[in-house]
Write a protein that binds this ligand. Structure first.
Ligand code: HEM
Length: 111
C-alpha cells in the first residue's frame, strides 16, 4: 500500500468522491496477477506477449531504477543458468504473508 495526494477532484464509478489534496491509501491488489488483464496470471511465463505488466509501476512514479534492474537481470540470469545448468526448485516457494511488496519468504533451490 502506498499513500498519494490527489492532484485534482476525482469522481469514481462507485460514487466515491476524492477532493484535490486528499490523501489516499492505494492497495496494489492484483497487479501482474490481475485475471482481467493477463492470461494464466498466476503462472510464470517468460516471454509473455502481453507486455503491459506493471512490475515497475506506471505513470509519474514509474520506477526510476527499471533500466538498471532490467540490465542486472539480463546480465546475471544467463550467467547463473550457464554456471548451474541443473538449477531447479527444491521445494514449493514460500510467499510472505504481506500486502506490501509481496514476495518470497523462502526459495529453496538445488543444482
Ligand atoms: C526488479 C527490481 C525492481 C522492481 C520490481 C521495482 C519496482 C518499483 C515499483 C513498482 C515502483 C513504483 C512504486 C509506486 O508506484 O509508487 C518503483 C519505484 C521506484 N524505484 Fe524501483 N524497482 C526495482 C528496482 C529499482 C532499482 C534498482 C532502483 C534504483 C537503483 C529503484 C528505484 C526506484 C525509485 C527511486 C522509485 C520511486 C520513483 C518515484 O516515486 O518517482 N528501483 N520501483
Amino acid at each position: 500500500m502506498f499513500t498519494r495526494y490527489a492532484l485534482q477532484d476525482i469522481q469514481l464509478a462507485d460514487g466515491i468522491e476524492i477532493a484535490k489534496g486528499d490523501e489516499i491509501g492505494l492497495l496494489l491488489g492484483a497487479a501482474n496477477r490481475d485475471p482481467r488483464q493477463f492470461a494464466d496470471p498466476a503462472s510464470f511465463v517468460s516471454g509473455r506477449s502481453d507486455k503491459a505488466n506493471v512490475t515497475f509501476g506506471a505513470g509519474i512514479h514509474f520506477c526510476i531504477g527499471a533500466p538498471l534492474a532490467r540490465l542486472e537481470l539480463q546480465t546475471s540470469l544467463p550467467i547463473l543458468f550457464e554456471r548451474l545448468p541443473g538449477l531447479r526448485l527444491d521445494d514449493t516457494p514460500q510467499y510472505r504473508d504481506a500486502y506490501h511488496f509481496h514476495g518470497l519468504e523462502r526459495l529453496d533451490l538445488a543444482w
